[in-house]
Design a protein around this ligand. Structure first.
Ligand code: PGA
Length: 254
């Protein structure tokens, strides 16, 4: 379990699921099921079109944070279909960047991820950076190299204050949406790899940085996956769409 200086965090990535009405209902079910003082921070990441509906249902819960799943790195301009960090800043406090589905399905590069992360910080929000190796990279023995390379590429050049505003999620690509979760040892190793890359950029910051594990976390696996001292909670996909299961995962993190 996480160190006393790092409060656990459980983030629900709803991906391209739930319309505004369904999102509002899910947010309400999660908020009403949370204890008044949960032992973990909670973040909800609905689709853009549901941000306002979820925000309206979080007004009584300043401890439940709202985030977007993506943003563009430019402030504004002729970028049809894109949403800038500045546009999100009045709506939510966090943005997920570098999710492997963005990298893999939409061709996002390390450079673009770094630009998005800087845009989030520039707009006064906080980034949740996702990194992780594919199955092939793992089989080739390159997991650590990939995790550290992605972490370095996204965070290099940031000062300590900016780094302290970031959270990183280690998400092995082969464990996302597959039902095949990593072992607690895999999760711990990935989190250590992230911390080492951050330590190389700014020694000491790695001790206060929150590092989450993501990939097929369920109510039955959460406690063991979050048990290693280097793992500070989780980024949850499928299981975050069911209030009861998500609440059980939050309880397992605290
Ligand atoms: P999953 O997704 O929990 O459905 O595997 C995790 C994620 O993509 O963040």
């Amino acid at each position: 379990m996480t160190s006393p200086i790092r409060r656990p965090l459980v983030a629900g990535n709803w991906k391209m699921h739930t319309d505004p009405r369904q999102s509002a209902e899910l947010a309400l079910a999660i908020c009403s099921g949370l204890p008044p003082h949960p032992n973990a921070d909670v973040m909800l990441l609905p689709p853009y079109t549901s941000l306002a509906a979820v925000a309206a249902n979080l007004s009584g819960r300043p401890d439940v944070w709202l985030g977007a799943q993506n943003c563009h790195w430019e402030t504004s301009g002729a970028f049809t279909g894109e949403v800038s960090a500045e546009m999100l800043a009045g709506v939510c406090g966090w943005v997920l960047v570098g999710h492997s589905e963005r990298r893999r399905l939409f061709g996002e590069t390390d450079r673009q991820v770094a630009a998005k992360l800087r845009a989030v910080l520039r707009a006064g929000m906080r980034p949740l950076l996702a990194v992780g190796e594919s199955l092939d990279e793992r089989k080739q023995g390159r997991a650590t190299q990939v995790i550290q390379g992605q972490t370095h590429a996204a965070l290099q050049g940031l000062d300590r204050e900016a780094l302290s505003r970031c959270v990183v999620a280690y998400e092995p690509v082969w464990a996302i949406g597959t039902g095949e979760s990593a072992t607690p040892d895999d999760a711990a190793q990935g989190a250590r790899d992230v911390r080492q890359a951050v330590a190389a950029l700014a020694p000491g910051v790695e001790r206060s940085l929150r590092v989450l594990y993501g990939g097929s976390v369920s109510a039955s696996t959460a406690a063991s996956l979050f048990a290693p001292p280097d793992v500070d909670g989780g980024l949850i996909g499928g299981a975050s769409l069911k209030a009861k299961e998500f609440l059980a995962i939050v309880a397992a993190a605290g």
